[in-house]
Design a protein. Structure first.
Length: 160
């Protein structure tokens, strides 16, 4: 049988980001932006703590890594290099310049690790060695938010 056209496969990055956005909302965060793009790069999710929309709220710039189990880069953790951190930091600066009302908010850079696996006929559940924070099934694939790392890295200086 011929493989179905690519449009039958989900965009796993988009699905992983959607899962993380839903989880953030369920834990009290307001999603301000998804896939914020500028000349420096892209931030997957920008969220604000939902405590109150005041300067006491926190902004989280979230990098989502969606991977299959057993991948080469530790579930995406090793893909957050110093160069990537610098791009995220500069992109966040552009966002804050475009939204001066949020410029005084405390900010942090979070990383979310999502595992994705195609569901087979004898598939029961994605193998997991830790507690799953959220999960969903989309187009025959199981997605699990395995880890959410608040303040995964600090701001990066311009020499990085």
């Amino acid at each position: 049988m011929v493989n179905p056209p690519p449009f039958h496969y989900p965009d796993i990055g988009d699905v992983g980001e959607g899962l993380v956005a839903q989880w953030l909302q369920s834990t009290g965060w307001l999603i301000l932006h998804r896939r914020f793009l500028c000349r420096w790069g892209e931030i997957d999710i920008i969220a604000q703590s939902h405590d109150s929309p005041t300067p006491n709220s926190t902004l989280a710039f979230v990098e989502v890594k969606t991977r299959s189990p057993g991948n080469w880069d530790m579930g995406g953790r090793s893909a957050i290099t110093a160069k990537k951190q610098t791009k995220l930091w500069r992109t966040a600066e552009i966002f804050l310049a475009q939204h001066p009302d949020k410029a005084d908010y405390p900010c942090r850079f979070d990383v979310a690790i999502v595992y994705c696996q195609k569901i087979r006929k004898n598939f029961h559940e994605l193998t997991s060695h830790s507690q799953v924070l959220a999960s969903s099934v989309v187009a025959g694939y199981q997605f699990q938010l395995q880890d959410y790392i608040p303040a995964a890295f600090d701001s990066v200086n311009d020499n990085a």
